[in-house]
Design a protein around this ligand. Structure first.
Ligand code: HEC
Length: 149
């Protein structure tokens, strides 16, 4: 009886592993990858919003706060790209990133190139404004093709 149970247990685990195989090892299920990338984008957008409020004069400029947000954005800009395993469709997608991985990576690289300059630029309003614009353009460059808004 005991032996039977442990065999059954192994079979269940093997089935679960097989079912998860198409998704990258970091995510047990496709929905986990979708949740992960949407959470990262949400945090990134929140901090872009904080910088935009300062750039537009809706909030007083604060260099320390601006640079802290810029560092969050830079870090976040490295995270979502592994979370697009083939088949992880969602309502948020206009096109499938895994169908043309090179094109998608080029758009992600452009964003990372801009976010790398953001923390230094956030030291003053004069340098923040143009760099925030360039970063926002890199978001749009990808969203136009891939994000279903
Ligand atoms: C290389 C492509 C790419 C770049 C660059 C990019 N995004 Fe996105 N973004 C996506 C895709 C694809 C989705 C849809 C993901 C999904 O819903 O599965 C998305 C979704 C989002 C969402 C919605 C998240 C949700 O909860 O549904 C926000 C907000 C967002 N992006 C903000 C940003 C901001 C801000 C930037 C720039 C700082 C940015 N994105 C740069 C591809 C990109």
């Amino acid at each position: 009886m005991k032996k039977k149970q442990s065999l059954l247990c192994c079979a269940v685990i093997a089935a679960a592993v097989l079912a998860a195989a198409p998704v990258r090892a970091q995510f047990a299920k496709a929905e986990d990858a979708v949740k992960y990338r949407q959470a990262v984008y949400t945090v990134m957008a929140n901090h872009m919003g904080r910088l935009a409020a300062m750039a537009k004069g809706e909030r007083p400029f604060d260099a320390a706060a601006a640079q802290a947000s810029a560092r969050v954005i830079e870090t976040m800009s490295h995270l979502p790209w592994e979370a697009f395993p083939a088949g992880s469709t969602s309502k948020g997608l206009k096109a499938e990133p895994w169908a043309d991985a090179a094109d998608y990576k080029a758009r992600a690289d452009r964003l990372q190139g801009e976010t790398a300059k953001l923390p230094a630029a956030a030291a003053s309003l004069e340098t923040l404004r143009p760099q925030l614009g360039a970063t926002g353009a890199a978001c749009k460059n990808c969203h136009d093709k891939y994000r279903n808004i």
